[in-house]
Design a protein around this ligand. Structure first.
Ligand SMILES: *Cc1c(COP(=O)(O)O)cnc(C)c1O
Length: 376
């Protein structure tokens, strides 16, 4: 079956007795047992549930659904993208181990590894993955993990996953890839040999800007370890959030198709514009678009705040991926805490605007941006 079909027919968790069309919300903290045999059955793996922090049909449905779409054997949901990343990392590294990570990781992930994990005794080296010789040079005896993103933020560098896998295998390292921006609609890192694939389901997997959630997928053994971290750290997802996310998944293919096509058209239109210095978009990765984020750099002569004020129905919001087009200003939000030198190296300038393109009509999206440029 094609991706568009599987998304609808392989992602629903079947209920055993009452055959509801859609999985009900198991909004319960725990599950009941009639006797000790039934309880023992749970521990023997008969498929029942015990306690929602340990496992719940709705959170399982989400983990399994994303695993199927990524074509990975197993998956687990958690309370946020960041907690899914944490679980994935802790499934592989412990105090004293070393991680080599990309220097253009999502800001929250960067703080997690260089702040919290460093405090716990995990060593981290951050290098540009655009130069794999630098990555190789950073690998040490105690290195366990290579960590990068399939499409980076906000300058939309597309990672060479095959080369990362090749390097990891040479040194027997585990690989973790954040696939939030690309989604399995465009890219399936597990099928290219990446061990762990993580999503901020808050973004395209959920798709409607109404739920914070994360999902991690990979092989059974690694997902079992990561699940133990989620259970023991208490970073499980609530049943309702999982249910909402599964509801969002059903339209993932439709949304990605429309949003990516709109993004490419917008990027093409703005590329020609004289008030724009630079447009970042992975044009070479697909004629129908590759992802729905477009990042633009305005000419220094354009009043940046005036531009934001002229955007009428397009609002500033510090997130991405919803069905409505929104904009962010990386310098003063997501990349605010970075040292000036790192901001410069990553191209995070005052004139940089990240556009998360939605499902509105293509001409309305192009008009709102070109008019704001004229009026700013
Ligand atoms: C948003 C985001 C995260 C963090 O996800 P949360 O759900 O906010 O915890 C991680 N990686 C990427 C690429 C993101 O965009």
């Amino acid at each position: 079956m094609k991706f568009e079909t599987r998304i609808l027919h392989q992602t629903n968790k079947q209920t055993r007795t009452i055959k509801s069309k859609i999985t009900p919300i198991y909004q319960t903290t725990a599950f009941t047992f009639n006797d000790l045999d039934e309880l023992e059955g749970y521990y023997q793996g008969n498929g029942n549930y015990l306690y929602s922090r340990v496992g719940n049909p709705n959170t399982d449905e989400l983990g399994e659904a994303v695993a199927r779409l990524e074509e990975a054997p197993a998956g687990v949901a958690s309370s946020s993208g960041l907690s899914a990343i944490l679980a994935g990392i802790l499934a592989v590294v412990k105090s004293g181990d070393h991680i080599v990570a990309a220097d253009d990781l999502y800001g929250g992930s960067f703080h997690l590894i260089t702040g919290e994990l460093a405090d716990l005794g995990v060593e981290v080296t951050v290098v540009p993955f655009s130069d794999l010789e630098k990555v190789e040079a950073a690998i040490q005896k105690h290195t366990k993990l290579l960590y990068t993103e399939s499409i980076t933020n906000p300058t939309l560098r597309v990672e060479n996953l095959e080369a990362v896998v090749h390097l990891a295998r040479k040194y027997s390292l585990t690989t973790l890839v954040d696939n939030t921006f690309a989604t399995p609609y465009h890219c399936k890192p597990y099928t290219k040999g990446i061990d762990l694939v993580v999503h901020s389901a808050t973004k395209y997997i959920g798709g409607h800007s109404d739920v914070t959630a994360g999902v991690l997928v990979g092989n059974e053994a690694l997902i079992e370890k990561a699940t133990a971290k989620i259970v023991n750290l208490g970073t499980n997802l609530s049943p309702f959030e999982a249910w909402l996310t599964c509801r969002g998944i059903k339209t993932l293919a439709l949304r990605m198709k429309a949003q990516s096509a709109n993004a490419r058209k917008l990027a093409e239109a703005l590329r020609e514009h004289s008030f724009i210095k630079q447009v970042y978009y992975p044009f070479e990765h697909g004629e129908d678009g590759y992802g729905a984020i477009v990042t633009i750099e305005l000419q220094e002569t354009v009043d940046i705040n005036g531009f934001f004020r002229q955007l009428s129905w397009v609002k500033i919001a510090p997130t991405l991926a919803g069905v409505q087009t929104i904009v962010t200003h990386p310098l003063t939000t997501s990349h605010r805490a970075l040292p000036k030198k790192a901001q410069e190296e990553l191209g995070i300038t005052m004139g940089l605007v990240r556009i998360s393109v939605g499902i509105e009509a293509e001409e309305d999206i192009i008009n709102v941006f070109t008019q704001a440029l004229e009026n700013a």
